[in-house]
Write a protein that binds this ligand. Structure first.
Ligand code: NDP
Length: 401
């Protein structure tokens, strides 16, 4: 039985609120966010299903450790599910240490002034969480999250040695808009405009953004042009599975999306440094976020599937084997259940399930952990029933040689 605070009332927070409310292991639930009206609207929808008072709401600016500490002292949570933005990871972890609260998130810390994706800042909290006897679970969305749990499952059951890992992320959905991002636009654009980066033979190889690409076939979808981009779980996976010779992350993009992205960059709207406008300092990418569609609003007209999985080659019992494990998620089904599209759904379901794993003592330990460090079995046993069924294929052409 656990008390939980969810921080962040966006698309992902909506899904987490629905899933946490449906799980009796959570006795006391508070949804806290900067704009409390958004949290209130989510609570109304969730409480209509699960009963009045199932979720309470509270305002908080999670950039402020004192505000977080005050919130935690009132509600006394056992665990915080952080689905605000990556900028808030460290302040929330600081407040957790101050109040003796466990922690879970879905995206690694990023400084606002530099688009840099690495775990160093959060791994640096390991000794303090360990000394406090607290658990911090990093990256428990879909990717990062299930992608790493799929890898841990493959390592546990199907491989003596994983040698080649390709995480493949396809969104074949159609929202009918010329340009929109599926999660927070600022974070999304920072991520996909980065140089590409992958791991090979013990070192990182850097490419120009979107330099490496090829069509890959996704189940029930077909061929989609897929691009090698850097993604944060590569860093923890090559650390925890040192037998990996090459690890890459592929994401599909449509031509229309890439054209818009190129224009946005060329005209300076992807800049993350402040510029003066009419005597006021603004950050172009933050202004752009304000005029782009809210990812949460895309759900209503979104059709089609997402498909995210791991394509793995390695050795089992002295023989080479290939393996593909994936989930397909339907935008319309996600919307019917939670009022959000599949990208928020595939992130929120694992976050709520990871917190439940911790609350039920199935994932435990003092310190800061990436999800592949926990037992994948109980998590994957429940992922399907929670709405994200997964499929395994053995000894097939992985297309990623
Ligand atoms: P949204 O922009 O829809 O929602 C973010 C929420 O956090 C908003 O409610 C926002 O409040 C709130 N927030 C922002 N800053 C603060 C603050 N200082 N204090 C309190 N609340 C704050 O984002 P998403 O729901 O799309 O994404 C949430 C997280 O999930 C992101 O970190 C994203 O990177 C991660 N993610 C992870 C994925 C994975 O698979 N691992 C995939 C997709 C997303 P306000 O309404 O006031 O702006």
């Amino acid at each position: 039985m656990s008390k939980v605070i969810i921080i962040g009332a966006g698309g992902v927070g909506t899904v987490v609120a629905h899933k946490v409310a449906a799980n009796p292991v959570f006795t006391d639930i508070t949804l806290a966010s900067r704009t409390v009206a958004k949290a209130d609207a989510i609570a109304v929808a969730v409480n209509a299903i699960h009963g009045e008072g199932r979720i309470k709401t509270a305002p908080v600016d999670a950039d402020s450790v004192p505000q977080l500490v005050a919130l935690f002292r009132v509600h006394k949570p056992d665990i915080v599910i952080n689905v605000a933005l990556p900028y808030q990871d460290l302040t929330i972890m600081d407040a957790c240490l101050e109040c003796g609260v466990n922690y879970l998130d879905t995206a690694n810390y990023e400084p606002k002034d530099e688009a840099k994706f690495e775990y160093s800042w959060q791994w640096a909290y390991h000794d303090r969480f360990k000394a406090a006897g607290l658990t911090a679970i990093l990256g428990c969305g879909f990717d990062p999250g299930v992608s790493a749990i799929f890898t841990a499952y493959a390592a546990k059951h199907h491989f003596d040695e994983i040698q080649y890992l390709d995480i493949v992320d396809c969104n074949a959905g159609n929202h009918g808009m010329a340009f929109a991002t599926n999660f927070n636009p600022e974070i999304n654009i920072r991520e996909v405009t980065q140089p590409g980066r992958y791991w090979e033979n013990g070192a990182w190889v850097t490419t120009k953004p979107h330099e490496i690409h090829k069509p890959l076939h996704y189940p029930e979808i077909g061929a989609r042009e897929s691009y090698v981009i850097y993604h944060e779980e590569l860093e923890s996976l090559v650390k925890h599975y040192p037998s990996i010779r090459r690890a890459r992350f592929w994401m599909t993009f449509g031509q229309e999306y890439l054209t818009h992205l190129r224009v946005i960059q060329n005209i300076g709207m992807a800049r993350i440094d402040p510029v003066m406008y009419n005597g006021v300092e603004i950050v172009p990418i933050q202004f752009l976020k304000a005029v782009l569609p809210d990812p949460k609003s895309l759900g209503e007209n979104y059709t089609g599937l997402t498909s995210i999985g791991c394509r793995i080659r390695g050795i089992k019992d002295g023989r080479e084997r290939t393996y593909y494990i994936y989930n397909n998620c339907d935008h319309e089904a996600a919307y019917r259940e939670t009022g959000t599209q599949a990208v928020s759904y595939t992130t929120g379901v694992p976050a709520a399930l990871g917190a439940a794993m911790w609350a039920r003592g199935l994932w435990s330990g003092a310190g800061v952990f990436n999800v592949e460090q926990f037992d994948p079995d109980p998590f994957l046993a429940e992922l399907g029933p929670q709405g994200l069924p997964w499929v395994e294929k053995f000894d097939i052409d992985l297309e990623v040689d």
